[in-house]
Design a protein around this ligand. Structure first.
Ligand SMILES: [Zn+2]
Length: 158
């Protein structure tokens, strides 16, 4: 049986979000700035008797739900040094700089740094856990672009 790969391109299918982040320690990216992100997926597997590997709809729905959740937020890594939560505010102290965000404008993600690499790994875990893939699907890849043509992919055998 041959393996088939399905692809969904986030730019083409409007699975995109705009968000800002800070990468402490980087000269330029250490200042708060934003990106227009896109999320892509590739699914490998054997087709069923009807010739289908997986229905595009549930995976697109899941990716859109994630994109909506991250859209127009300040993305903050839970592992970031100097991160503090108080009442409805999130404070970040990076050396001599102090950022304060209203909680509703920010989203704390369970990662160490908000890079495309870590976002891809983080989203892959969620997709693999929450999307009901048929048995004949053997791997899932999630790509996160920070801009067109530049991004990171994470892959998992399932
Ligand atoms: Zn950046």
């Amino acid at each position: 049986m041959s393996t088939i790969k399905l692809k969904v391109d986030g730019w083409e299918k409007s699975i995109t979000f705009s968000a800002s982040h800070i990468l402490p320690g980087h000269e330029k990216c250490g200042r708060i700035h934003g990106h227009n992100y896109a999320i892509h997926v590739r699914i490998s597997g054997e087709p069923s008797e009807s010739g289908v590997v997986f229905d595009f709809l549930p995976i697109k729905e899941k990716l859109r739900e994630i994109a909506d959740r991250l859209d127009h937020r300040v993305l903050i890594a839970s592992g970031m040094e100097g991160l503090k939560k108080e009442e409805n505010e999130i404070m970040i102290q990076i050396e001599n700089k102090r950022y304060v965000f209203p909680e509703e404008d920010a989203l704390i993600l369970d990662i160490d740094q908000v890079t495309a690499e870590q976002l891809a790994m983080y989203l892959l875990e969620e997709v693999v856990e929450e999307v009901d893939f048929p048995e004949k699907v053997n791997s899932v890849e999630i790509g996160v672009d920070e801009s067109r043509g530049q991004g990171a992919w994470a892959r998992k055998e399932i």
